[in-house]
Design a binder for this molecule. Structure first.
Ligand code: ASP
Length: 346
């Protein structure tokens, strides 16, 4: 059932009909091997950061701002937090550098912007948005993207800003494993984990999606994942918005985010079913893993994952941020939806 508030205003025998949508914001902070061995302090910090991202993003929606603003606000909070694999906390490449990817898409206009392989951009999601809004292109990469960032007044930082001990140790561990085995033979090393994503529905009923990531630890040769590829890790149209997280090569090969949205738009599938078919069937059947968040224009939420856990959160009519990490936490789907309401006034 639709959750749209239906308000009919009648005056002088002429009816004006106004629709207002109850806003919803859904985020993820990555999928992967998430064991219950995080220190309580770390778990508390992760949950607090997710809550802040939800509250800050939702404040935009409550103020009547577009879904794009909620997505960029929420993702900027997570990019600035070293616990997530995006912006500040990005993982290291094989060569000990950071190589970040991000994308954003506006479901209403189908405009999109993305950046790949940037090293000095403090908030890659802001640059992706600038590409969408202030260039005639969709995707910029590397040095060219950073030259555009400079022109746009987007903050650039010294690469040392992205150096965190936690990520450095993860790279050392991955390098040791690589020396002993085939690269990527063991996905349980959680080389991909902590990517951040957001999907939002604004009060005008428009959807947007965004994703930002440092990619996979130990990646080489300018590897680009699914996150900045429109349709693979990030996609939005009028009916559906998706941000993925997981082993990017499989999301590219299944064009995962677009696939979910086409099932919703073209086949009229409920979003939970559409997302589950891609994340819980298609991707694992090919040997991939990960999760996604998905939202439809009625505010229905899907958050499937085929890994041990996925950092995920949602906020809707109750204005309360809900955060979950492990797979045995309650299924959040539909929690953000208010019951359908109809009222009339004169
Ligand atoms: N999908 C990202 C990539 O492959 C990684 C992740 O989601 O954690 O680059």
């Amino acid at each position: 059932m639709s959750h749209r508030l239906f308000v009919a205003l009648a005056s002088l025998g002429m009816a004006t009909i106004t629709y207002a949508t109850t806003p919803v914001l859904v985020i993820h902070g990555g999928s992967g091997v998430i064991k219950r061995d995080m220190t309580p302090a770390k778990e508390k910090a992760v949950r607090a950061a997710m809550s802040k991202a939800l509250l800050d993003g939702y404040a935009q929606l409550k103020a009547g701002k577009p879904a794009l603003d909620a997505v960029t606000t929420a993702l900027t909070v997570l990019e600035d937090d070293a616990d997530f694999n995006a912006g500040k906390g990005s993982v290291f490449t094989h060569d000990g550098k950071t190589d970040m990817d991000a994308a954003i898409m506006d479901g209403d206009s189908l405009r999109a912007g993305s950046v790949a392989g940037v090293h000095r951009v403090k908030n890659p999601i802001l640059l992706a948005r600038a590409v969408m809004e202030h260039s005639s292109h969709v995707m910029l990469s590397g040095d060219g993207a950073e030259a555009f960032a400079k022109e746009q007044g987007i903050a650039l930082v010294d690469p040392s800003y992205f150096h965190t001990d936690q990520r450095w140790q993860q790279l050392q561990k991955a390098l040791k494993e690589d020396a002993a085995k085939q690269p990527h033979a063991d996905v349980a090393t959680a080389k991909h984990f902590g990517t951040v994503g957001a999907v939002a529905l604004d009060s005008e009923g428009h959807l947007a999606a965004g994703t930002s990531t440092g990619g996979m630890t130990d990646k080489r040769w300018g590897r680009i994942g699914d996150s900045p590829i429109i349709g693979a890790g990030t996609y939005a149209n009028a009916q559906c918005a998706v941000s993925g997280t997981g082993w990017g090569e499989f999301y590219i090969r299944t064009v995962a985010a677009h696939e979910i949205c086409m099932k919703v738009s073209m086949l009229n599938e409920p979003i939970q079913r559409a997302a589950a078919e891609v994340i819980n069937q298609e991707i694992p059947s090919m040997g991939g893993n990960g999760g996604a968040i998905a939202l439809d224009s009625d505010g229905n939420i899907a958050m499937p994952f085929n890994t041990d856990g996925m950092y995920r959160g949602w906020i809707g009519a109750d204005g309360v941020p809900h955060v979950a990490i492990y797979d045995d936490e309650p299924d959040p789907s539909n929690h953000a939806q208010p019951p359908a309401e109809a009222s009339s006034a004169d």
